[in-house]
Design a protein around this ligand. Structure first.
Ligand code: HEC
Ligand code: HEC
Length: 139
């Protein structure tokens, strides 16, 4: 039960963070990550990990679903690499999700802490691929 609650908080936090895309980056002294194209380049590590773990939960995957194997170190992932198609798709999904909330649910970045209408989980609900088929009931 507690676990469930924690997970929920996780997801919500992650989504909040996603929606803060474009907001002035945090002031913590982090080494900038040059391969962030959607999130702020100097986002602090903790924040970034919350978002990433939120992706895992929302899609029911592990980090290697989007992140490619390192070419130099075995059993490590090369997080900066854009080799995987899924990572590229994820970037556009992040932009889409932020846009849906802003445009259709009137989310305003000044209203921090507000809960968000649409998250990765809304559609994915723990699956890599949301099931979009419409099966009509038999007559
Ligand atoms: C659904 C796809 C997806 C999953 C799953 C995922 N990530 Fe990511 N990750 C991304 C995307 C997309 C970016 C780049 C975001 C951007 O461009 O702003 C990223 C960026 C990163 C970065 C920054 C890399 C850099 O230096 O540019 C790190 C570190 C990272 N992820 C770690 C993780 C970890 C650890 C996990 C598992 C807990 C994980 N990710 C799971 C999609 C994913
Ligand atoms: C409005 C619904 C919706 C939202 C919100 C959404 N997705 Fe998706 N996503 C989809 C659909 C539908 C597909 C399948 C597209 C296809 O079949 O080509 C998909 C596919 C993907 C894929 C490709 C999976 C594969 O197997 O290739 C990734 C990665 C992904 N989404 C990540 C995310 C992430 C990360 C978020 C949150 C930032 C997110 N999505 C939010 C609807 C959504």
């Amino acid at each position: 039960m507690l676990q469930m609650h924690k997970r929920k908080c996780f997801t919500i936090l992650s989504i909040c963070a996603i929606l803060l895309i474009g907001v002035a980056a945090t002031t913590k002294d982090e080494k900038p990550k040059p391969n962030l194209k959607v999130l702020p380049k100097n986002i602090d590590h903790e924040e970034l990990m919350k978002i990433m773990k939120g992706f895992n939960v929302s899609l029911g995957v592990k980090c290697n679903f989007c992140h490619a194997q390192s070419k130099t170190e075995q059993r490590k992932l090369d997080f900066a690499s854009d080799e995987k198609e899924t990572k590229q798709v994820a970037r556009s999904m992040m932009k889409m999700t932020a846009k849906i909330n802003k445009k259709y649910f009137n989310f305003n970045k000044e209203e921090e802490g507000k809960s968000f209408a649409v998250t990765c989980k809304t559609c994915h609900n723990g699956k890599e691929h949301p099931d979009s088929r419409i099966v009509l009931p038999e007559e």
